[in-house]
Design a protein around this ligand. Structure first.
Ligand code: 1GP
Length: 239
């Protein structure tokens, strides 16, 4: 259980990839997001050369919203955050992303006294090769293979993971299909996070209607920070 994912109602998270935005852009997004409607920030990326610790410090200076790490690797873990996703890439078959990195990270996280949120990360092919697919050397689940996504999510829940993240990949052409989202929702009882390819309020609404508890938006906010209130309004329709 995590207070960040388990609170009732639809939740909206903004992904901040330190590599894709400048500090000025980051502060602007954080300030807009802090005017209301966002539940937490996710911070991380496939390749991050900046200090995640310093980035989290900057975010925390400008907002009281929770900051949860979404680490592409163990170097991105910092005690400055409120919690970290402890990700198992269960759509893949690469042992490093199923247990190897976890063994390296566990003693580090323990010393930091940082809350971990065990998340079953399911990568779905939404039209293009994503950074996660390439960097993790894993295959995503085919877009139309709903049965495989459902079975994978069920296995994640049975393994004790505390949330499922259905991921189309940052900058995906389209979101994971509403059918896949609703089938996964119907067959599991843990919070369902959906991200990748949400580019407008309509697609956010579809994702929520299909059954997502938490939606993640990244690229669209990096490109058009001023569009954030439209997404907040779409979320509030479900309040
Ligand atoms: C990526 O799900 C997130 O991990 C966000 O994706 O950048 O496409 O919004 P976008």
């Amino acid at each position: 259980m995590s207070k960040y994912l388990d609170k009732p109602g639809k939740k909206l998270a903004v992904l901040l990839d330190p590599e894709k935005i400048s500090i000025t852009e980051l502060i602007n997004i954080v300030q807009i997001a802090s005017t209301g409607g966002i539940d937490f920030f996710l911070v991380g990326g496939s390749l991050v050369s900046k200090s995640v610790s310093e980035i989290v410090e900057v975010i925390k200076y400008y907002t009281t919203l929770p900051v949860i790490l979404f680490p592409g690797n163990t170097n991105q873990i910092t005690p400055k955050a409120d919690a970290t996703f402890f990700l198992s890439l269960i759509s893949g078959r690469n042992p490093e992303f199923l247990i190897g990195n976890h063994v390296v990270a566990a003693p580090i996280i323990k010393k930091m006294d940082l809350e971990t949120i065990p998340v079953g990360y399911i990568l779905v092919n939404c039209g293009q090769t994503t950074s996660v697919e390439y960097m993790s050397d894993t295959k995503p689940i085919p877009y139309s293979k709903i049965d495989i996504a459902v079975a994978t999510a069920m296995a994640g829940e049975m393994l004790g993971l505390k949330a499922i993240y259905l991921e189309g990949g940052s900058g995906a052409d389209k979101t994971v299909s509403p059918q896949m989202i609703s089938e996964v929702r119907a067959n599991t009882n843990i919070p369902l996070i959906v991200g990748g390819g949400i580019r407008n309020a309509q697609s956010l609404t579809e994702v929520y209607k299909a059954g997502a508890d938490i939606a993640v938006i990244g690229t669209i906010i990096e490109e058009h920070p001023a569009s954030l209130p439209q997404f907040v309004a779409a979320k509030l329709q479900f309040a």
